[in-house]
Design a protein around this ligand. Structure first.
Ligand SMILES: *[C@@H]1O[C@H](CO)[C@@H](O)[C@H](O)[C@H]1NC(C)=O
Ligand SMILES: *[C@@H]1O[C@H](CO)[C@@H](O)[C@H](O)[C@H]1NC(C)=O
Length: 384
């Protein structure tokens, strides 16, 4: 499951995806229908890249100001771009697909139909969707949860209120105290579930409405992929995984039962979610449930491999991996202008590298922190 912040960014991106140009389809007076379609598609791609690069550079300049106000102050530009995207969607819908013979053009036109995305909702997009997305994001980062036992278990018995991300997540990464884990699981949900449901419901409903207007299946709008085929593929993958998953689940439950006893874990029932989260967060850490099988001390200390390197050198290391496989190196322009350096004035230990790769002008932001995990994340981004 993606984190809320990721979803937020993805939704913003999705809400802004794929754009194109203005040629109104006319019946074939001067050229064939197929040629008109091609001209429209070509111009649209160009317009799409231009709008997108604009959004990318705005998003990247906004990276350090994730607050509510900052987001809304950006809306004037977003509104203008939104109108253009909706225009492209409408123009693409104007083409009669049954008259387009070339399959490549046909699917390009179908794709262009959906570029208006949630923006086809018009004012509702800005008054409802944006608002709900912003509040969903705030829910995960608002520091409004009293610490367990008034902060007695926090460093220096700090009793300041906590946010889910990153504070509570860090506690789940280190705690093996069932009551503490349960307290945070329940308290955060008690505090947020009503608003989270309302916001989430509004967003889901908005997707349904937009899909309706665009006359495409809602799954296609959300996943940007042929929905039926994908659902079948996911079902298939799930059934292939099922036997292994069942064994893994039984193993985790058995280990948790050994560790915490029958009062906490029913050896034949579901795994309590707060413990399941803990297992996921603590896998391969010291004291995790696989400790007796794979003692942390005997595993390689991966961070040692990179501790001599600078943040930028980690990015270069991942590039080197791909060039060693025979891929071209990244351009000097990429290194100079498309790679956003971390903000050294406000170093952020919780920074996550990000990538904007929806046009050929890819932007990437890296982080100051030097760790093996970051190196792996850069490898992932480089692969894309
Ligand atoms: C469809 O158009 C593409 C791009 O112009 C072209 O490469 C391809 O050969 C065309 N296909 C057919 C079946 O005409
Ligand atoms: C990373 O690679 C770029 C491009 O090859 C180079 O200019 C830069 O000096 C390298 N930086 C580090 C820290 O290795």
């Amino acid at each position: 499951m993606r984190s809320l912040c990721d979803s937020m960014l993805l939704l913003l991106i999705a809400a802004v995806v794929v754009a194109t140009a203005g040629v109104t389809p006319r019946s074939g007076l001067t050229s064939s229908y197929g040629q008109q379609a091609k001209a429209f598609i070509d111009q649209s791609s160009e317009r799409y890249f231009r709008l997108y690069n604009q959004i990318a550079s705005e998003t990247y300049s906004a990276n350090n100001e994730e607050d509510f106000e900052a987001l809304f102050s950006k809306l004037t530009t977003v509104k203008r771009i939104a109108d253009e995207l909706v225009g492209i969607s409408h123009e693409a819908s104007g083409f009669d697909l049954s008259k387009v013979k070339n399959g490549v053009y046909k699917s390009a036109l179908e794709e262009l139909r959906s570029v208006g995305d949630l923006f086809v909702l018009g004012e509702d997009y800005f008054s409802l969707v944006q608002m709900n997305l912003a509040s969903l994001q705030k829910m995960s980062t608002d520091k409004d949860i009293e610490p367990y036992m008034g902060g007695a278990k926090m460093p220096n018995e700090d009793d300041s209120p906590l946010a889910y991300y990153p504070d509570i997540q860090k506690i789940v990464q280190r705690s093996s105290d069932v009551d503490e884990l349960k307290y945070y699981w329940e308290t955060w949900r008690d505090k947020n579930q009503i608003w989270a449901s309302v916001n989430f419901y509004t967003i889901v409903q908005s997707y349904q409405k937009a899909a309706n207007i665009l006359e495409i299946p809602v799954h296609q709008l959300w996943y940007r992929y042929d929905s039926q085929e994908m659902i079948q593929q996911m079902e298939q993958a799930m059934s292939e995984l099922m036997p292994v998953y069942k064994q893994l689940h039984a193993f985790v439950r058995h280990e948790l039962h050994k560790k915490y006893g029958s009062d906490v874990v029913n050896p034949n029932g579901p795994i309590p979610d707060h413990l399941f989260q803990q297992v996921l967060e603590q896998a391969w850490e010291e004291g995790s449930i696989i400790e007796s099988y794979f003692p942390r001390q005997r595993l390689p200390q991966f961070d040692d491999f990179v501790q001599e390197l600078s943040a930028k050198a980690l990015v270069n290391e991942s590039e080197n991996f791909y060039t060693s496989l025979g891929f071209d190196s990244l351009s000097a322009d990429f290194h100079k202008n498309q790679l956003k350096e971390p903000n050294e004035d406000t170093p952020n230990d919780d920074c996550r590298p990000s990538l904007f790769d929806l046009t050929p002008r890819v932007l990437m932001m890296y982080c100051e922190k030097v760790s093996f995990r970051k190196l792996m994340q850069y490898h992932g981004h480089m692969a894309r």
